[in-house]
Design a protein around this ligand. Structure first.
Ligand SMILES: [Zn+2]
Length: 192
């Protein structure tokens, strides 16, 4: 009698433990089906990481350059930052975004596909092309008041576009364009 009840109790214990195990698996799966997708819905993280791009823009301005900066972030880690080097390096292709992606170095395709690009200004056609080439799924833009790039093309290709309309960024860019219109036109491929 005593042996039988011990056996029943052991079976009961196994059933309870198995259930706890299954419930925790289901709970974990429902909590975090895909850890990399978390990055897409975190406004606070966007603001924090945007600061890296903004700091780069300010650095560019201090160097006498065009104040546009960017940061590439993969699952919460900054892979690289950069800023427009048209003036500093007499570069035709180092915009904030392209300089940043260059500085982030060679990355695997799956890394770009799980990254977010932060940039102070709406990306031009060249930078839009770079974002599409590497299939970067999300772009956070400081402002698009002074210049609006091809955000519609990005969206049409499935890229999530977030525009912060940050007042400080807008003011910095506005002031620069007013003070150095020739440099600005040169950067966006326009005649003076
Ligand atoms: Zn560009």
């Amino acid at each position: 009698m005593f042996a039988a009840s011990t056996k029943i109790f052991s079976i009961f214990k196994i059933i309870v433990i198995t259930n706890i195990f299954l419930v925790s698996i289901i709970h974990a799966a429902s909590q975090n089906p895909n850890p990399s997708s978390d990055k897409n819905d975190n406004p606070k993280a966007d603001k924090d990481f945007y600061q890296y791009a903004f700091d780069e823009a300010k650095k560019g301005l201090a160097e006498g350059g065009i104040p546009i900066g960017a940061a590439l972030v993969h699952n919460g880690k900054v892979l690289g930052v950069g800023h427009n080097k048209r003036v500093q390096e007499k570069s035709a292709i180092k915009h904030g975004e392209t300089d940043c992606i260059e500085n982030a170095g060679r990355q695997k395709a799956e890394v770009y596909k799980q990254s977010v690009l932060y940039t102070t200004l709406s990306p031009c056609d060249m930078c839009t092309g770079t974002i599409l080439l590497y299939k970067i799924p999300k772009v956070v833009i400081g402002e698009n008041q002074n210049f609006k790039g091809n955000e519609e093309l990005l969206k049409s290709r499935g890229v999530e576009v977030v525009v912060l309309q940050d007042a400080e960024t807008t003011q910095m860019m506005k002031k620069f364009i007013e003070e150095k219109p020739s440099l600005w036109n040169e950067d966006i491929g326009e005649k003076d």
